[in-house]
Design a protein around this ligand. Structure first.
Ligand code: PFF
Length: 449
């Protein structure tokens, strides 16, 4: 019997807590530790953070709930679930849902291919902080340049990272994913808290908090607002069925709403804590916050090197980055694998190896050519995830049956009915419109001069 299957043939999470850790492990990733701080830096700090929080509430949470309930009610992979819950609809509804399901699987495949390359860079810098790989003469900038510029080294670490991901997913939902995430997430939070205490002593904490939490609306742009919305998707792992897939391994749907709040809250808190730590280090060194994508790999390692006890901090930080990337990458592979297991009867172990191997191969393309990396990153995060999210919102709000729709609100007490109505209004009218705005902006149809 497969692990945790309880005789039904399908795997389940061992506990609700395990599910919340696995799902927040999916959400907390490079998006939180690498991307959120640098886009916050680029878009001016506090006001951007406030808009981002609004996006998590207005778009992220309603979509999170939609994905969880679709997965839970259907008990299937993303494509199977979308098809099952819209099987009573007309051709157009069914085709639209099927399209979103297929695009979700393709997104998981493509995102993991380049995500793994970045995960590999984190492993490289972990070795650098251990002094087992020497830092280049010219510091982190040169070290990173040599790493990203060498397809052999990048491919080596990409291979190590993919092997880590495959080995967990192959062991199953309960024995693999849940068990590993139940260790990674507490470790990650522990490291983050230690780093927070550390920056409390080394200075920069006040400036960092002021930068993140004191909004200056004159710095906010329409562009920043749409970037915040797009990021809310990526960081919460929405739009490609990761939460559909994880939700499908739940045993009961009665508390799905509350679980969604937990996942979104953990993701947001961890992003804010990571931002607090990173900007404290940056401000303590008198640097500017808008360093862009190189913030984590280029700016920080040099700053760590100048700080008291900086080596331990560097080790902790890159371990944190590896843990975050690893638990997210696991969910990316699981979305694709669940499809082949559920719909084509592939065995989990063989499937993980075969699909992981194929993803690895595409990833080598990203390790060799930065254009491939940029293209896949832009295609998936700018278009595929928002489009997938828009269709999932339409399916949850308009297409699926009312009894499927309200299932997760049933044990939330008297407020349940009110919440269900509020959610329905948002998912029907607000979420699709906002997501469409992001897509049009990314296509440069909406512009901000
Ligand atoms: N949420 C992850 C991050 O913030 O890094 C990325 C991600 C994982 C996106 C899984 C989508 C997904 F299905």
């Amino acid at each position: 019997m497969p692990d945790g299957s309880h005789g039904s043939g399908r795997s389940h999470w061992g506990s609700r807590f395990g599910f919340i850790l696995a799902a927040s492990g999916s959400a907390v990733g490079l998006g939180n530790i690498w991307k959120f701080p640098y886009i916050t830096g680029e878009y001016g700090g506090g006001a951007f953070v406030l808009v981002y929080l609004g996006c998590v509430l207005l778009v992220g949470l309603p979509l999170m709930y939609s994905e969880l309930i679709i997965g839970r009610r259907a008990g299937k992979d993303v494509l199977g679930a979308m098809r099952k819950l819209t099987s009573h609809c007309g051709d157009m509804g069914k085709d639209l849902s099927g399209f979103a399901g297929m695009m979700g699987i393709a997104s998981g495949f493509l995102i993991l291919s380049f995500y793994s390359v970045v995960g590999g860079w984190a492993i490289h810098f972990f070795w650098v902080s251990l002094d087992l790989i020497p830092m280049a003469q010219g510091g982190a900038d040169e070290t990173f340049g040599a790493l990203a510029g060498s397809w052999k080294v990048s491919t080596l670490w990409h291979t190590v990272f993919m092997a880590l991901v495959i080995s967990v997913v192959a062991r199953g939902v309960h024995d693999g994913i849940e068990r590993v995430c139940s260790r990674l997430m507490p470790a990650l939070i522990g490291i983050l808290l230690i780093l927070l205490v550390y920056v409390g002593f080394t200075g920069g904490l006040g400036a960092s908090l002021a930068f993140l939490f004191r909004p200056d609306f004159s710095k906010l742009s329409g562009e920043g607002a749409l970037e915040a919305l797009g990021h809310a998707f990526f960081t919460l792992s929405l739009g490609m069925g990761a939460m559909v897939t994880y939700g499908s391994y739940l045993k009961s749907d009665t508390f799905v709403v509350r679980d969604g709040v937990w996942i979104a809250a953990l993701d947001t808190i961890i992003a804010l804590l990571a931002g607090t730590v990173i900007f404290a280090v940056v401000f303590a060194a008198g640097m500017e916050p808008g360093a862009g994508p190189g913030l984590v790999f280029v700016t920080l390692p040099d700053l760590f090197a100048q700080m008291p006890g900086g080596q331990a901090v560097g080790i902790g930080f890159f371990l944190l980055l590896i843990f975050a990337a690893w638990s997210s990458a696991i969910s990316l592979l699981e979305v694709v694998l669940a499809y082949f297991v559920d719909e084509h009867g592939l065995s989990r172990g063989r499937g993980a190896l075969l699909i992981g191997g194929a993803i690895w191969l595409i990833g080598v393309g990203s390790a060799v050519w930065s254009q491939v990396f940029d293209f896949l990153d832009g295609l998936t995060t700018n278009y595929m995830l928002p489009l997938g999210g828009m269709i999932i919102a339409i399916a949850a709000g308009w297409l699926i049956k009312p009894e499927d729709r309200v299932a997760g609100f049933t044990r939330t007490g008297g407020a349940g009915a009110f919440l269900a109505t509020a959610w329905l209004v948002v998912i029907r009218f607000v979420t699709p419109v906002l997501v469409l705005a992001v897509i049009l902006y990314k296509m440069e149809i909406i512009r901000f001069e």
